[in-house]
Design a protein. Structure first.
Length: 224
């Protein structure tokens, strides 16, 4: 079996050790626990898989694919357009701030790895995590399908880690949730790669409500 360099670079940019602060965000999950919507493993798994299929599969991943195409084509206007469009689709202040902060942090990491285009994005208000992840994937020659799968798994891993701390859940329960996400991701990626522009969007009103309410949560562990 041949292990290639792009695979190693993909593992690097999806690693929890990547210093971008993803551990600080729950994307509204903290509020769902406070409200009693998520009280155990079954609800946490349902929450994650629901977001994966109704939001991540139809918004984040297909936009990531388009951003990769734009970077590969050297189309700076398309990169900007899709990054701004993705930010505009975030329904709350906290979710927009999360995307910008993760994107800027990843831009700084990529700059330290000598990806020159990343430098200017550390200061841009329209930076997103997906835009910088797409840049890294293209410069590291990661195939689109693998990049989307890695991005989805890293997102699921972060949400699972938040659920383990918040509900709280045991580590074994967390691994069962992550296994369920891993089983769903291949079909989600396949759908995202062929989704036409007119079908892009998210349908996650529960997350939007939870995220908006989280802004006023008195005591919290997470920034979103």
């Amino acid at each position: 079996m041949i292990i290639d360099v792009p695979l190693m670079r993909l593992l690097q940019i999806v690693s929890p050790a990547l210093p971008i602060g993803a551990f600080a965000y729950s994307q509204g999950l903290e509020q769902t626990v406070a409200e009693g919507w998520v009280t155990g493993e079954a609800e946490a798994r349902g929450w994650l898989l629901g977001l994966l299929e109704s939001s991540f599969a139809t918004l984040d991943l297909p936009v990531l694919a388009r951003l990769m195409n734009a970077w590969r084509d050297g189309d700076a206007l398309a990169v900007t357009r899709w990054s701004r469009w993705l930010l505009a689709c975030r329904p709350t202040r906290e979710l927009r701030a999360e995307d910008r902060q993760l994107g800027a942090a990843l831009a700084r990491v990529l700059g330290s790895l000598e990806i020159a285009e990343a430098g200017a994005w550390t200061r841009r208000a329209d930076v997103t995590h997906a835009a910088m992840f797409a840049l890294a994937a293209v410069r590291f020659d990661v195939p689109a399908g693998a990049a989307l799968a890695g991005h989805a798994f890293a997102w699921a891993e972060a949400i699972t880690a938040a659920a383990v701390r918040l509900v709280p859940l045991g580590q074994s329960a967390g691994q069962r949730i992550l296994a369920a996400a891993g089983a769903a991701i291949p079909a989600v990626v396949a759908r995202a790669l062929v989704l036409p522009d007119e079908e892009l969007g998210a349908a996650a009103p529960g997350q939007a409500i939870a995220s908006a309410a989280h802004e006023g949560l008195y005591s919290r562990l997470f920034r979103s």
